[in-house]
Design a protein around this ligand. Structure first.
Ligand SMILES: [Zn+2]
Ligand SMILES: [Zn+2]
Length: 394
């Protein structure tokens, strides 16, 4: 009762002086936490190399994407990437065309130069890259930006190619696409054959491909683009010593294509000593990459085996000699789930959640001392999975 009286008096007192004394702020933050949280993707060190996460094929609103270069940089950082290349279409630039429509009332003389014509190089491609660089410097993200663009012709006869590691993106256009590739090479750049079966029924080479591959103008191929995997390209990369890439080819936003589905975005894992353009380019030219798409890892068998053993800690926790049983504790110390299989039994090795596996109790399982698994979400040549013996107690 006494409390109630005090409360009533207090309300009366506040009510009487509220208008005169209580200062109500004009603006109040509804939430005080810092924004900009990155999803870190933890990958192992493989044979002394760091695994850098790269996307070498991204579009912006300057060609036919819906996000501007600065937005792409922030998005990539949030997605956990270390390296990106903005690769707007060199020939078809819908965004730029729309911009010309918007400004038309202010200057009737300004006309968009059709991308089909040789004068399509009017855009300053270096300025697009610079916009991304400015954002990177403003934000202070420790990421690497590679200068690049996508060159395209008829999908049936030629297809699409990314030019990367360039100094000057302007004046690369040539009606003869092979000649444009030679200009890229003259700058020390590399050429990647993108989505090789896109709008085609095959990923086999065309006459033009035979010519440019034969001339040594192609350095790498996308074994995966977005969620599309091209199994035949793995063999091509191994036989012809080309580098395997997996990129998003993002035109919209990665959030609704990948993150909201609980997956990391498609990426090229680059095994390099340090995050510099020189080291990353060197790794790419020496084919030290692993492609990631939709929870799958695609690459050369030797690198995938090394990767698996670097990512998985395998310890013996029990030896029952009488029953020939060995129990192993497997821990996946990386962010990418590994799907191991022995016979028909699947072991979903989720990140940082150890599991125990008993081998040898089954009398047909003679080699209990060897933890051998097929890795079903790893893909090597000819659409096969690698068979890996895990290193014990390393
Ligand atoms: Zn393309
Ligand atoms: Zn593209």
């Amino acid at each position: 009762m006494k409390r109630l009286i005090i409360f009533a008096l207090a309300v009366f007192a506040v009510g009487a002086t509220a208008v005169a004394e209580k200062k109500i702020p004009h603006a109040v933050r509804t939430f005080n936490e810092v924004s900009g949280r990155r999803t870190e993707i933890v990958l192992p060190q493989v044979k002394g190399f760091n695994c850098y996460k790269g996307d070498f094929h991204i579009h912006t609103s300057y060609s036919d994407g819906r996000v501007n270069p600065a937005g792409r940089v922030v998005e990539a950082w949030m997605d956990g990437l270390d390296i990106i290349a903005i690769t707007d279409h060199y020939e078809g630039r819908r965004g730029e065309q729309n911009f010309f429509k918007v400004i038309a009332p202010y200057n009737a003389n300004v006309k968009y130069q059709s991308a089909k014509k040789a004068n399509c190089v009017k855009a300053d491609f270096n300025a697009i890259h610079q916009e991304a660089v400015n954002q990177l410097e403003k934000s202070g993200f420790p990421m690497l930006l590679i200068k690049g663009c996508e060159m395209a012709r008829n999908a049936e006869t030629h297809g699409h190619f990314n030019a990367l590691f360039l100094n000057d993106l302007n004046d690369l256009y040539d009606e003869d696409l092979a000649e444009a590739f030679r200009k890229v090479k003259a700058q020390g750049g590399i050429v990647v054959h993108n989505h090789p079966a896109w709008r085609r029924k095959t990923s086999d080479k065309t006459e033009f491909h035979e010519q440019v591959y034969g001339e040594g103008l192609i350095d790498g191929v996308e074994v995966a683009n977005g969620y599309t995997f091209y199994p035949h390209i793995v063999r091509r990369c191994i036989d012809e010593k080309l580098t395997m890439f997996a990129n998003t080819d993002e035109h919209t936003m990665t959030a609704h294509r990948f993150n909201q589905l609980g997956l990391y975005r498609t990426m090229t894992i680059v095994l390099a000593k340090e995050l510099t353009e020189k080291a990353v380019k060197d790794a790419i030219l020496k084919h030290r990459t692993i492609a990631y798409s939709g929870g799958n890892l695609i690459g050369e068998e030797s690198w995938l085996v090394e990767y698996l053993n670097a990512a998985v800690d395998c310890r013996v926790t029990k030896v029952d000699k009488k029953n020939n049983e060995h129990v192993y504790m497997l821990t996946n110390n990386s962010s990418i789930t590994l799907r191991l299989r022995r016979g028909k039994t699947i072991y979903e090795l989720e990140p940082f959640k150890p599991i125990l596996v008993s081998i040898g109790k089954d009398k047909t399982d003679v080699e209990a001392t060897k933890p051998v698994f097929h890795v079903d979400n790893m893909w090597i040549v000819d659409y096969n999975h690698p068979k890996v013996t895990l290193e014990i107690d390393k």
